[in-house]
Design a protein around this ligand. Structure first.
Ligand code: NAD
Ligand code: TDX
Length: 331
């Protein structure tokens, strides 16, 4: 039985991956998670004895070294992940995303353990709205926010450890995820839970910014494909051809919830707000044979809305303080 160490496995995407692994393999999974505000133990409920949760920090070198030594592969999701938080206080982003990744790399180097590093398309900066181009594995890095710069730095560390020390690692850069268990600070859950709470959705600026949406289940299947079939040292872009601007998404949420599509507020725009992200995932599809299952964004969004309707007891405790933080910034 394979032993996998999944960092950040109690977060939105990491927990989805743990479910995916338990469903599709006979692997044993150890989750290493600091259980920050973004984590949810509940997201791992019901998975049985093949999943173990270790509460700890990826910056704790002794703990990370011991855990890495006991596992066959590490899948590294743990990060501070929210752009708006990185604008308010970049410090934990530098600590977790850079020092934490460095700590994992040193343990992987010491023990020769297979690593997959999970990253974001935001490392490439943004595209113009009228530019037909999409990001590829050779697009130059040009991050905009403290979050994306810290993720870009972590990618560079992984690549340097591959080249200089020969560690057996792969990398992936994925577009915007949606689905169950996403924190209410993020765009789609924030707007769904606003409507469910009787509050108007909040659109930054004019809402022309484009994101390339992918369901978290498709991200998980892509990471597992890369972990099993990917070429060591290689980077794979993960995306499902889901480009939509924020205005379209907010209108779709209102429509699916039976509300007037114009029943939302324009609020203060994000500083340095990236215009457009778009992924060309040809390498992953042609070289490794991966395909997304959730091709229809609106159908996936409808299922996600149903999930938030049915899980109010999960998201409600974080909602009030999240909205208070946004309100203090005029957002
Ligand atoms: P999330 O914020 O929901 O979860 C992050 C998890 O990491 C949490 O469980 C948190 O407790 C844990 N964590 C944070 N600091 C830690 C530390 N120092 N030690 C141990 N655990 C720690 O994030 P997410 O949206 O699930 O993103 C997961 C990964 O995927 C991140 O690396 C992110 O950059 C990447 N990614 C996210 C998206 C997206 O759309 N959300 C897209 C592409 C890539
Ligand atoms: O209330 C809002 N109103 C709004 O218009 C919020 C919270 C966001 N937005 C806009 C900003 C973005 O253009 O919606 C878009 C999506 O915002 P976020 O959900 O904050 O995501 P983004 O900043 O695009 O980053 C996400 O995708 C890439 C994840 O949070 C990152 O972890 C990932 O790397």
């Amino acid at each position: 039985m394979e032993r996998l160490l999944v960092t950040g496995g109690a977060g939105f995407i990491g927990s989805n991956f743990v479910h995916h692994v338990i469903e599709h393999t006979d692997a044993h999974v150890t989750v290493l998670d600091k259980m920050t505000y973004a984590a949810s133990g509940e997201s791992l409920d019901g998975l049985g004895e093949r999943v173990e949760l270790v509460v700890g920090d990826i910056c704790d070198a002794a703990l990370v070294d011991r855990l890495v030594a006991e596992h066959d592969a590490v899948v590294h999701y743990a990060a501070e992940s929210h752009n708006d938080n990185s604008l308010a206080d970049p410090s934990p982003f530098v600590q977790t995303n850079l020092v934490g990744t460095f700590t994992i790399l040193e343990a992987v180097r010491a023990h020769g353990t297979r690593l997959h590093h999970v990253s974001t398309d935001e490392v490439y900066g943004d595209l113009e709205l009228d530019d037909p181009a999409r990001f590829t594995e050779s697009t130059p890095y040009n991050p905009s926010s403290p979050y994306s710069a810290s993720k870009a730095g972590s990618d560079h560390l992984v690549r340097a450890w591959v080249r200089s020390f020969g560690i057996p690692a792969t990398l992936s850069n994925c577009s915007n995820n949606y689905g169950p268990w996403q924190h209410v600070e993020k765009f789609i859950p924030r707007q769904i839970t606003n409507v469910l709470s009787g509050t108007r959705p909040k659109l930054y600026g004019a809402g022309q910014n484009v994101r390339d949406w992918i369901h978290a289940d498709d991200h998980s299947s892509a990471v597992r494909t890369i972990l099993t079939k990917g070429e060591i040292g290689q980077t794979y872009l993960i995306g499902a051809d889901g480009e939509k601007n924020n205005l379209e998404v907010i209108r779709a949420i209102l429509r699916l919830l039976g509300r007037d599509e114009d029943d939302f507020d324009h609020v203060t725009d994000r500083a340095g707000h990236d215009l457009r992200y778009a992924i060309d995932s040809t390498r992953l599809r042609t070289e490794l044979g991966w395909q997304p299952r959730f091709a229809d964004f609106e159908a996936g969004l409808e299922r996600t809305i149903d999930w938030y309707r049915e899980h109010e007891s999960w998201w409600r405790p974080a909602k009030e303080s999240t909205e208070a933080t946004y309100a203090a910034k005029g957002q």
